[in-house]
Design a binder for this molecule. Structure first.
Ligand code: ADP
Ligand code: MG
Length: 693
């Protein structure tokens, strides 16, 4: 029996655990596991059920099982042809029946297990070969050190599956967890007892014990439900606190004036949709208050969010206040500049709109800064340069962030800090977010949903193109260009450095120009390109007929003459992102096409892409994406900071509703969470984390 020296506190780093190597500490770090507390709170994401130990004579091929017995033979060898390292062993149960064990490429097993060892093994039972013994391949194993003690601690029954990175195994993690488990009793519970009772949730210590070492599936589910509830609760409580603290800061009210909205409607150039009118009205009602608006405008691609923001800016202007709009890319900022001018210029002659981006000359930027600081301009549209250049406003009343998921919390905060009081704040999505997700992730905001497209759009004809039909896709591009139209070609998503992305896009561009479309005028944009805007302008003006772009430039550019969106490696993108690309075409009167090229022939991949051909509504697609690929994929791994467990729990919207109600009711009776010190500490930790992101 090994004597384990236990680290004394939950806050100790995992390196304090016995039998852990520095490399493992690093690996755990990649999974967000730094302290013993983190280790305990990270439950396995799934279990493999092997059932109670069985006799070999009871085993049937194809079933998962565990067996306890004695190793009667073990040897390692290398296969002659494929040079694979094999470890073979025989284990015999107490009745003497033998089971063959084979491990591939795990030569160390022959050093860990010896003839005569009493072991528990678990795995999938395979058919006997050449009439020999039944077999298990790559089984889990555990040496039972004390022969009197029959009960295996890690093998058999339920085997945990933890999230892993290279070099880790679920078994290793289970071993560390086992060492740390005695500390579970010291975990503080952030859920108040009353909440636990109302929702029949187990305490945190029990949840951790059951979650890592359940005896039944039911116990595991119980543990998970409790952990998910607690995590969502913490998040929602944090949101409630943020809402309260934002509401405590004064904002300058922007009184509603009918003549402003009348003028706006007259000058915008189209009839606002019902959804645009409703959401604009929701924003106006917020802006009239002395507490700052904090609203998310959630809408499909092309649903006309910009016009809503413009109406808000017009209202702010009429109250003598300035507005700022931040967009994620320069291309988009420039387009906004033109759009806002077009929407507002005619009806509001004194409303000056300026642009601030980093590629402008120093002199130009100085001029815009001065114009903002003096209060001369009513609206500044720009990129990150707005915060990097430290633009000051005479009287900022409204801050708008477009495609808000592309900005961190800190960047949004910096933008909002530009007013003398707190400006009203409007965030816009790039693609629609299902309601549950919006509530879970942006719970500190009120949500307005634009669920309607402007009339007169022809649906984009969408097709999945398999490799052998690639030529047909090129023919379509050529045909459309011949008709005077334009096309986008989006390069596959590669999760490498910008430099590699740029290189592969360049290679694709050169190949297309040389071999496929030598006679067409082509352009290339990628994140590294200095002349991005020139290329974009050339595309907007029609000079460039086929634009090759990387996913990095997935901007909301509006080129009504573009009718083909061809996406390479489409299977690598999420449905929401594909939908966003598709939204770039179909903006004019002509029939548009979206071509999803893929080398994938697996059924699930093709089925997923085929959803694009059938579903036009972005909200529905986002929900499908969520169902198929998981919530994390939809939100982008970067910013959500939520565990998979909590994400998974979001699939039941009722749970989130219950959590929100509990968080709200605590805040009502105890606005600073003084009676909930554990919860308060957890929130403080979380808010600190998110503000760094
Ligand atoms: P998104 O919500 O994707 O940001 P935009 O604001 O870019 O959408 O609008 C997409 C296009 O639709 C723009 O060309 C815009 O001028 C146009 N548009 C917006 N609202 C309407 C409307 N009510 N009727 C007609 N066209 C509209
Ligand atoms: Mg937009």
């Amino acid at each position: 029996m090994t004597i384990l020296v236990l680290p004394r506190t939950l806050d100790a780093p995992v390196s304090a655990l016995p039998k852990i190597k520095p490399a493992d500490v690093k690996r755990l770090g990649k999974l967000g596991i730094v302290t013993i507390r983190d280790l305990l709170l990270t439950l396995p994401f799934d279990w493999q059920a092997y059932g109670a130990p069985a006799e070999v004579s009871q085993l049937t091929p194809g079933r998962q099982a565990s067996v306890i017995g004695t190793i009667t033979a073990i040897s390692a060898k290398v296969t002659p042809r494929r040079r694979m390292k094999l470890t073979e062993a025989t284990v015999r149960d107490d009745s003497g029946s033998g089971l063959r064990l084979v491990w591939f490429n795990q030569p160390f097993i022959a050093r860990q297990l010896h003839k005569g060892d009493r072991v528990a093994v678990a795995g999938t039972v395979k058919e006997a070969r050449y009439g020999g013994m039944l077999e298990m391949q790559n089984p889990h194993h555990e040496v039972l050190e004390d022969t009197d003690d029959y009960v295996p601690t890690r093998v058999g029954g339920l085997m945990p599956k933890y999230h892993l990175v290279a070099g880790l195994s679920s078994r290793k993690i289970a071993g560390w967890v086992e060492t740390a488990l005695p500390l579970a009793g010291e975990l503080e519970d952030l859920l108040p007892p009353s909440v636990r009772e109302r929702h029949r949730l187990v305490g945190v210590a029990d949840a951790v014990r059951l979650g890592h070492r359940p005896d039944t599936e039911e116990q595991w589910h119980q543990a998970r439900r409790r952990m998910a509830f607690a995590e969502l609760f913490e998040l929602q409580a944090a949101f409630a606190l943020m809402r309260a603290s934002i509401a405590a800061e004064p904002a300058t009210p922007i009184p509603y004036r009918q003549e402003v909205i009348d003028a706006f409607k007259a000058g915008v150039g189209f009839e606002l949709t019902r959804a645009q009118r409703r959401t604009t009205w929701e924003a106006f009602q917020d802006m009239e208050k002395t507490t700052p608006m904090n609203r998310l405008l959630n809408g499909d691609v092309g649903s006309g969010k910009t016009a809503v923001a413009a109406a808000c800016a017009a209202m702010a202007h009429s109250a003598g206040l300035q507005s700022v709009v931040m967009a994620p890319t320069e291309i988009l900022a420039r387009q906004h500049l033109h759009r806002f001018r077009a929407y507002l210029e005619e009806s509001f002659p004194g409303l000056v709109v300026e642009l601030l981006v980093s590629s402008q000359s120093a002199a130009e930027r100085r001029r815009v800064r001065a114009s903002a600081a003096s209060g001369h301009c009513a609206l500044v549209v720009g990129t990150h340069a707005l915060i990097e250049d430290d633009v000051e406003f005479a009287n900022l009343g409204l801050a708008v962030v477009d495609e808000q998921h592309r900005f961190g919390t800190r960047q949004r905060e910096l933008l909002r800090a530009k007013g003398t009081g707190r400006p009203h704040f409007l965030a816009m999505t790039a693609t629609p977010i299902p309601r549950t997700l919006a509530l879970a992730f942006y719970g500190e905001m009120s949500i307005s949903t634009i669920d309607e497209q402007p009339p007169g759009r022809t649906p984009v004809e969408t097709r999945v193109v398999e490799p052998e039909l690639r030529q047909g896709a090129y023919d379509l591009v050529r045909e459309q260009v011949r008709l005077g139209r334009q096309a986008f070609v989006i390069c596959p998503l590669i999760e490498e450095s910008e430099a590699i992305v740029a290189r592969s896009a360049t290679a694709e561009f050169e190949r297309l120009q040389k071999d496929v479309f030598p006679d067409l005028r082509m352009g290339l944009v990628h994140g590294r390109l200095k002349a991005k805007d020139e290329v974009m302008r050339a595309f907007v003006s029609g000079e460039v007929q086929v634009l090759v772009a990387t996913a990095v430039v997935e901007v909301g550019v509006d080129v009504p003459n573009a009718t083909v969106m061809m996406i390479e490696g489409a299977d690598r993108f999420g449905l929401a992102q594909l939908h966003q690309f598709r939204g770039r075409v179909g903006r004019g009167a002509g029939q548009s096409h979206c071509l999803l090229l893929t080398d994938e022939s697996s059924e699930p991949a093709l089925n997923r892409l085929n959803l694009m051909t059938r579903i036009r509504d972005g909200f529905t697609l986002a929900e499908e994406d969520m169902r198929i690929r998981g919530m994390g994929e939809l939100m982008g791994q970067r910013q959500h900071g939520m565990s998979d467990l909590a994400m998974e729990a979001l699939k039941q919207p009722e749970l989130l509703n219950e959590v929100r109600q509990e968080a709200e009711s605590i805040l009502q009776s105890d606005p600073t969470f003084t009676e909930q010190p554990v919860l308060r500490a957890a929130i403080a930790r979380r808010l600190e984390l998110t503000s760094i992101s």
